[in-house]
Design a protein around this ligand. Structure first.
Ligand code: LLP
Length: 451
């Protein structure tokens, strides 16, 4: 008998049903349509408007626990320092803090956010290739658990700041293992040509020097080889094997190594990528670093916060171009920049029940911003959608809201947290006044006249 269904094409996008099945916090209801936990997205749109970011607290908790269980299951003594850059919303941070997560921060702003969310300084790591003196001073004043330095120049700067404050900084040395994480070039960090970390060859001498500089106490090595790693565990294993080798060599010289910072990077399946599991990562860490018996630190961002979030948007209009159908949305590249910036693929689901079962045809999904790059998807199989119809961009919880801008004088979108049957606006939509706050007219222009 001939199958009535076409054979699955290797490059075909996942169906709506497949996208839903892979995301347990989402479901489709006959009356209410697409629902996050127990809250229909249509209700959120009615209450908060669009575009709006929606985060599932339940999914955040589930993922936090799954990661911790994987680490414990591999017999690791591990602490998780969530990378605040992925999503720094205070409500999200509070959910993760309650799960026992610390934070990995890369700026004064992120350090303040982590503290404001109740994350103790004793669980905060400061990473980043260009920390300013002011930021280092704040980190020392807060007495955070570790500052990862990335160069001899930064070591000298931190030593001077710490000595002037009469403090001792616990320092991790970020080493560049020169390993190819096989991810997008813009988010690979562990190659020797990348700006991050100190060269593997230079690291032992610098580590020894840290122990001699006033105000510094070296406590470990850090590595972060890239983000959205979906190519399996080979790159991780290669990097951690180099880390183990270096840690052993340092300890053999009598230098203190108290723990090892394994960075972040675990990828997620946006479309159908073969994303590795936290168990696989935990296994790779245990196999390479386990024999050292040292506690390990992890800095995941995307794996924790990506899948629990979505961007809810309304159709402004559907436009028939020359041989192409355009769905023009009220969300733009200023909201979700990942497709523009990294050619990223995000699942797009209609929200109304009827729209989820209607006939599909290719559409280019675009925003209202005046750039051709403001394109979310090309030739995506979607139903005909009328003005006001809602759509959801999936897996937008990480590197979504945090990367938005007000380009085209568009206000920052609202953010909503769903928790079971409850939801709350956790960040208001930016108002026009707030968007322009800080702009001032110099006296000589205030009269409005030309000279
Ligand atoms: N630790 C360090 C030192 C990092 O630089 C990063 C991310 C992380 C941890 C967290 O990595 P994750 O687990 O999230 O992969 N905007 C890009 C991603 C940039 C990642 C930057 N560093 C995107 O939208 O794909």
């Amino acid at each position: 008998m001939v199958s009535p269904l076409p054979f699955a094409q290797a490059d075909a996008d996942p169906s709506f049903a497949e996208m839903l099945a892979a995301r347990p916090h989402l479901s489709l209801h006959a009356l209410d349509g697409l629902t996050v936990e127990e809250v229909p997205l249509a209700r959120i749109a009615a209450a908060a408007g669009t575009p709006t970011w929606v985060y599932s607290a339940g999914a955040l908790r589930r993922r936090a626990r799954a990661l911790q269980a994987a680490l414990a299951g591999a017999g690791l003594r591990a602490s998780v320092h969530y990378a605040v850059k992925a999503n720094g919303n205070l409500a999200v941070l509070r959910v993760l803090a309650a799960e026992g997560f610390g934070a990995d921060v890369v700026s004064e702003g992120e350090l303040r956010l982590a503290r404001a969310a109740g994350i103790p300084a004793s669980a905060i790591v400061f990473s980043g290739v260009g920390k300013t003196e002011r930021e280092l001073r704040l980190a020392l004043a807060e007495d955070i658990v570790q500052i990862n330095i990335e160069s001899a120049e930064e070591a000298a700067m931190l030593s001077a700041v710490a000595a002037s404050l009469g403090r001792v900084a616990r320092v991790g040395l970020r080493v560049n293992p020169d390993v190819d994480a096989q991810t997008h070039a813009k988010i690979t960090t562990g190659r020797s040509e990348n700006k991050f970390g100190v060269a593997f060859e230079d690291a032992p001498a610098l580590y020894a020097r840290l122990a001699e500089l006033p105000g510094l106490r070296p406590v470990g090595i850090a590595m972060h080889i890239g983000s959205q790693i979906t190519s399996g565990m080979a790159a991780y294993r290669a990097a951690y094997a180099r880390m183990a080798e270096m840690a052993q060599a340092l300890m053999a010289r009598g230098l203190p190594v108290e723990h090892l910072d394994c960075g972040g990077g675990l990828g997620i399946p946006y479309r159908d990528e073969p994303a590795p599991s936290p168990e696989a990562l935990a296994g790779a860490i245990a196999a390479t670093l386990g024999p050292l018996g040292l506690p390990v630190m992890l800095e995941p961002g995307r794996w924790i916060a990506g899948p629990p979030g979505l961007l809810l948007s309304s159709v402004v209009l559907q436009k028939q171009g020359a041989g192409r159908r355009f769905l023009v949305l009220d969300a733009g590249m200023n909201d979700l920049v990942r497709p523009t910036m990294y050619d990223a693929w995000h699942g797009i689901l209609p929200v109304a029940p009827a729209d989820c079962t209607a006939a599909l045809s290719p559409a280019d999904v675009v925003g209202p911003v005046c750039e051709t790059g403001d394109t979310f998807a090309r030739g995506r199989a979607l139903p005909s959608l009328q003005p006001g119809a809602l759509v959801a961009f999936l897996d937008a919880g990480a590197y979504g809201a945090v990367m938005s801008s007000t380009y085209n004088a568009r206000p920052l979108a609202a953010e909503v947290l769903v928790d079971g049957a409850r939801f709350a606006v956790v960040r208001e939509r930016q108002g026009f006044e707030a968007m322009l706050a800080g702009q001032q007219t110099p006296d000589w222009l205030a009269g409005g006249g030309a000279p």
